[in-house]
Structures are given as C-alpha cells and as structure tokens.
Design a protein around this ligand. Structure first.
Ligand SMILES: [Zn+2]
Length: 170
C-alpha cells in the first residue's frame, strides 16, 4: 500500500511538473488553452510513470492537472515579474473574473489530466504475459509408459520395448 501511494505520488509529481512546464511554454507562445494542453500532457506523463494502471493513472492525471494550475500560475507570475513575458494589455480584469477563471482552469486541467492519463493507459498496455509454450511432441499422446519387463521408458505407442524387446500389453 505504501509502495502504491509512493508510485501515485511520483506519477502525480511527474505529471505536475511536465504539465506545468508545457503550460508555461505554451502560455509564453500565447497559445490558447495552454494550461489544459499542459494538463493533458501531464496526465500522459503520469500514466506513463504508472504504466498501465488505468484507475490510478486517472487519479494521478487529475491530481497533476489540478495541482499543476497553481504551479503554472506561480511560474507565470515569476516570468511576468521578471518581464520574461509581457504584461497582458487591456483593462485589468476584475477580481471576480480572475476567481472564475482560476476555477474554470482548475476544472479544465483536472479533466484534461484525467483524460490524458486514461488515453495513454488505454493505448499503452503492459506487455501481455506469454502463453505457456506448447508441450514437446510425443508427451501429449498419453501418460509416460514403462516396459513391463525391464522398466525402461517407452516411446509413446511402442508395442515392443526398445531396450529389451519385450512385448508390451496394450
Ligand atoms: Zn524392456
């Protein structure tokens, strides 16, 4: 259980960082829905780290999407403060508008992260365990038989012992 939680934490963190970085890069390039795309990528990363565990991947993807939002907002603010990205022009949005935007982005990222994780889990199955090898020829014909005379193992269907030539009862 502890191991599973650690896997979930690692996947969430991986998705969060990857999603946050992608969101920031796309945001700098002024691409719309940059946070949702980032969250989607974060979900993919989380699912990749969990490798094939769909339900856990969906949780990790959703968590990384939701947690990636403050990560992205924080990085964006730092970039704005250091003027790496220009301040948005136009009128300053109302606080209520910003609050609504954050809630929308949070929900959008949560869903995008979960979707990304589920998609990757669906297409990226762990390798199926190989079927058992077919039994070697001859052994499937019946139980192993031994000579009534000398006890040597007989080839399947042998009427006469290959060792002592004793006739075998059928
Ligand atoms: Zn024999």
């Amino acid at each position: 259980m502890a191991n599973r939680n650690r896997e979930l934490g690692t996947a969430t963190l991986g998705g969060l960082v990857a999603g946050g970085l992608v969101s920031t890069a796309l945001g700098m390039a002024d691409i719309s829905f940059s946070t949702a795309i980032g969250a989607f990528v974060g979900g993919l990363v989380a699912a990749y780290l969990l490798y094939g565990k769909t339900s856990q991947s969906a949780i990790a993807g959703a968590l990384s999407g939701a947690l990636g939002t403050p990560f992205f907002l924080g990085v964006s603010q730092i970039l704005l403060i250091f003027e790496v990205i220009p301040l948005p022009s136009g009128p300053t949005p109302q606080l209520s508008e910003l609050q609504a935007a954050v809630v929308v982005i949070l929900m959008m990222n949560l869903i995008a992260g979960a979707i990304g994780a589920v998609i990757l889990s669906a297409v990226h199955h762990p390798p199926k365990s190989l079927p058992p090898p077919p039994p070697p020829p001859g052994s499937a014909a019946g139980p192993v038989r031994y000579c009534v005379q000398c006890g040597a193992q007989l080839p399947s269907g042998a009427m006469i012992c290959t060792h002592c030539n004793a006739r075998q009862p059928q």
